[in-house]
Design a protein around this ligand. Structure first.
Ligand code: FAD
Ligand code: FES
Length: 295
């Protein structure tokens, strides 16, 4: 297994919230204990189980099915690292039936959760290496859990660069948290917005993420690139990585194909012969190059 290969085994072993006689589709009830807006259209929730059962367990990169009763289920990545405490956070953009219904809920209300599902970021194989996190728009949500995990184990890793981009200043996720990330020794946070998206007084970069990444002049070798963003961003970022000769096995991303069951049962999320819900969602760029272009 290469340095940035996925860690499907432990993640699969951890999957599932139901007991042996319960349906694996049965959600666990979770209460919204905090809710806040990251951007005008991205909202974050903090959730805790309503019951006194075992704490929710997951690994950075895994996802869950979050249900609003009467509306349905939606898939979100767990946005926080398990090293931050026994609560689950998610960040979502309201764009359809479930996400709009979820946006209308308030602190104290109850939703459903099942998971954790999928594989996870191979954070253990990153020890001793430099890391670059490149998040575009809401894709940054998927990078927050591995980033928090790495920050919580800071001594195990080399230099860390966080490149966070969005269409406009208002659309940048985690603006309140970024200063704390940047204060950690050896962590460099670079913020960028698309040309035209800057506001008066903006002191970050202006430019599309692949171009800004190239301008940073980071060399490959002992450096892992962790990225998530819209397909068009990934397309051009992979071109930049190829130009800079980053080994495809040192580049890792997470796919967000449409899903239904999350359990490898319905076939909704397939890419070729793989089911993204169980074989992913985390893939190295090397592995993606072996897949049909369904992602
Ligand atoms: C592994 C994984 C992790 C994800 N993590 C997050 C996350 O952390 N935050 C977040 O906001 N979203 C995330 N998503 C996407 C999220 O699941 C969908 O946006 C959500 O299910 C939409 O539900 P809905 O009922 O509100 O929208 P729907 O009414 O189902 O759809 C509204 C519109 O969005 C489109 N759409 C729905 N799902 C997707 C998708 N997966 N990809 C592209 N277009 C889609 C539909 O075609 C439709 O046009 C993730 C998806 C996957 C598979
Ligand atoms: S979502 Fe059902 S098989 Fe992947």
């Amino acid at each position: 297994m290469s340095s940035a290969e996925t860690a499907a085994g432990p993640a699969r072993a951890a999957a599932g919230t139901a007991g042996p006689l319960e349906s694996p589709l049965k959600p666990r009830l979770m209460r919204i204990v905090e809710a806040w807006d990251e951007t005008p259209d991205v909202r974050s929730l903090r959730l805790q189980p309503v019951d006194d059962g075992p704490p929710v367990r997951w690994l950075p990169g895994q996802f869950g099915e979050f249900s609003v009763f009467g509306a349905g289920e939606a898939v979100f990545t767990m946005a926080n690292s398990p090293s931050r405490g026994e609560f689950v956070e998610c960040g979502f953009r309201a764009l359809g039936k479930v996400t709009w219904a979820l946006r209308d809920l308030a602190v104290g209300q109850v939703i459903g959760y099942r998971g954790p599902y999928g594989n996870s970021f191979p954070v253990d194989s990153w020890r001793g290496k430099d890391l670059v996190f490149i998040g575009g728009g809401i894709g940054t949500v998927a990078l927050r859990a591995p980033l928090q995990w790495v920050l919580d184990h800071r001594g195990d890793f080399g230099e860390i660069v966080v490149l966070n981009g969005a269409r406009s200043v208002a659309d940048l996720c985690y603006q309140k948290e970024m200063p704390a990330w940047a204060e950690v020794p050896g962590v460099h946070v670079v913020r960028t917005v698309d040309p035209g998206g800057e506001t008066p007084g903006w002191d970050g970069e202006v430019g599309l993420l692949p171009a800004v990444f190239e301008r940073l002049g980071l060399a490959p070798g002992g450096r892992i690139v962790v990225t998530c963003g819209p397909p068009v961003m990934l397309h051009y970022l992979f071109q930049s990585l190829e130009k800079l000769k980053f080994p495809p096995e040192d580049v890792v991303t997470t796919l967000e194909n449409k899903m239904k069951c999350g359990l490898g049962l319905c076939g909704r999320c397939n890419v070729g012969r793989l089911f993204v819900c169980v074989d992913g969602p985390v893939f190295t760029w090397a592995r993606m190059q072996t897949l049909p272009r369904d992602y």
